[in-house]
Ligand binder design. Structure first.
Ligand code: M3L
Ligand code: AKG
Ligand code: FE2
Length: 421
């Protein structure tokens, strides 16, 4: 070991030595013996036990704010925020990562109350704020969720009494917009009230939070039950819960619905929190949850009606999770548009059908169904990566307008308003 200890620590015996170190509960089992034999802990503030570090052959181990971090040397060199490695004006890396020796090791390491200092073989010095490391390391990231959410069934959503935002406040104030977006991020649905019932006014709403995602259905769409397109949406039939555009490689992030007219009966909208249902599957049958998140499936849209000729194919599992923390970020569920399953062998197919059944049972529980009647003036925004929608059969003339939004741009707006998205 060639680490330099801090002068102030020289009088203090290492707090995790010998058998105490071996018993340390926050060290994973496989590392304990190795550490006991090879490494020595260095503490910056021994009284508070706030920070300790030790250097290993291929990484630096650092404990700070109850987080044990293992930091790869190339990673530490690559993320250097010094002026020559990182352009703070553009927030872009200037360092050419490919020029870093993959066997690089710091020549010296020092930690004070707030900062880790690394000196590299060529003399370059890298500084890291300890708080920054906790926030940005793998171990720190794993403890956080990417997207804070409130999962709901009908009861939970009603009890929460989430307010609709008034159109003027949505369009004219940051507070109104922020409140709307916060609710949208938490619940995956949100309403704007007192909207003038036209396609143009609906577009103004959409463009307040995002860019419109133009698709084969157009930019702003407008539909009635005239079967102008080769899809059940353009009929009076009931539609079971589903997410849209499952047949895109990246399904549309957000869907906006505004009912401009309905003279007739039925036609209520059904909303179901797909993540709430998936969470129940995870609890009851983790293996099935895993299967739904691993088996790739195709969804397909084949249209030949009038002048409309389209053939879209999207591939991906039903449940999409971040691999480092298993957090759900997208559900792709549309039994109408699901294509032939030919991506897995028969035995996996059977287990997949069982898992799909468990999820469907959860999605269909009446207590998970939120039914709303869309009325002119009330626009609904649905997170199409999370919340399933459907509709009751209807009679009479019904006109719906809306659009899809690009998800990145909705999240961009939310982040600019200070929300975690
Ligand atoms: C919304 N709008 C009427 C334009 C399109 C409907 C798309 C319907 C399709 N089955 C899907 O689920 O993606
Ligand atoms: O008609 C409706 O309420 C919704 C139809 C539908 O699922 C859609 O347009 O995506
Ligand atoms: Fe739909």
């Amino acid at each position: 070991m060639w680490c330099r200890r801090l002068a102030c620590l020289s009088k203090v015996p290492c707090q995790l030595s010998g058998s105490a170190r071996r018993r340390s509960p926050w060290l994973p089992r496989d590392r304990r013996t190795v550490l006991a034999a090879a490494a020595r802990w260095h503490h910056t503030a021994p009284e508070s036990l706030k920070c300790a570090w030790q250097l290993h052959g291929d990484h630096l181990e650092l404990r700070y704010a109850n987080t044990l971090m293992r930091l790869d040397f190339v990673w530490l060199r690559d993320h250097c925020r010094s002026a020559s490695c990182y352009n703070a004006k553009t927030n872009q890396r200037s360092l050419d990562t490919a020029s870093v020796d993959l066997g690089i090791k710091p020549k010296a390491v020092r930690v004070d109350e707030t900062t880790l200092f690394l000196t590299w073989p060529d003399g370059h010095v890298t500084r890291y704020g300890l708080e920054w490391l906790v926030k940005n390391s793998y171990e720190g990231q794993k403890q956080q969720v990417m997207h804070p959410r409130i999962l709901w069934n009908a009861e939970i959503y009603r009890q929460a009494q989430v307010p609709s935002v008034d159109c003027r406040s949505f369009l004219e104030t940051d507070e109104g917009l922020k409140e709307f977006l916060q609710n949208f991020l938490l619940y995956g649905i949100a309403f704007v009230e007192n909207v003038t019932p036209t396609k143009e006014d609906t577009q103004i709403l959409a463009e307040r939070i995002s860019l419109i995602r133009e698709t084969i259905y157009g930019r702003m769409w407008y539909f009635t039950s005239d079967f102008s397109r080769g899809d059940t949406a353009y009929t009076k039939l009931a539609l079971d819960r589903h997410t849209d555009t499952t047949y895109f490689q990246e399904p549309c992030g957000i869907q906006v619905f505004h009912c401009l007219k309905h003279e007739g009966t039925g036609g209520r909208t059904l909303l179901v929190d797909g993540f709430y249902a998936a969470e129940q599957v995870l609890r009851q049958a983790p293996d099935q949850f895993e299967l739904l998140s691993k088996v790739p499936l195709k969804h397909e849209y084949v249209e030949n009606v009038g002048d409309c000729h389209n053939h879209m194919i999207g591939v991906g599992p039903v449940l999409n999770v971040y691999p480092w923390n298993n957090e759900l970020y997208l559900i792709r569920y549309n039994n109408y548009d699901r294509a032939v399953i030919n991506t897995v062998p028969y035995d996996v197919v059977h287990r997949w059908y069982a898992a799909h059944r468990t999820l469907t049972t959860e999605l269909r529980r009446p207590e998970n169904e939120l039914w709303v009647k869309l009325k002119p003036g009330k626009a609904l925004f649905v997170d199409n990566w999370r919340v399933l929608h459907g509709r009751e059969a209807f009679t009479g003339y019904r006109q719906l307008c809306g659009c899809y939004l690009t998800r990145d741009d909705v999240l961009n707006t939310a982040r600019l308003l200070g929300l975690q998205a």
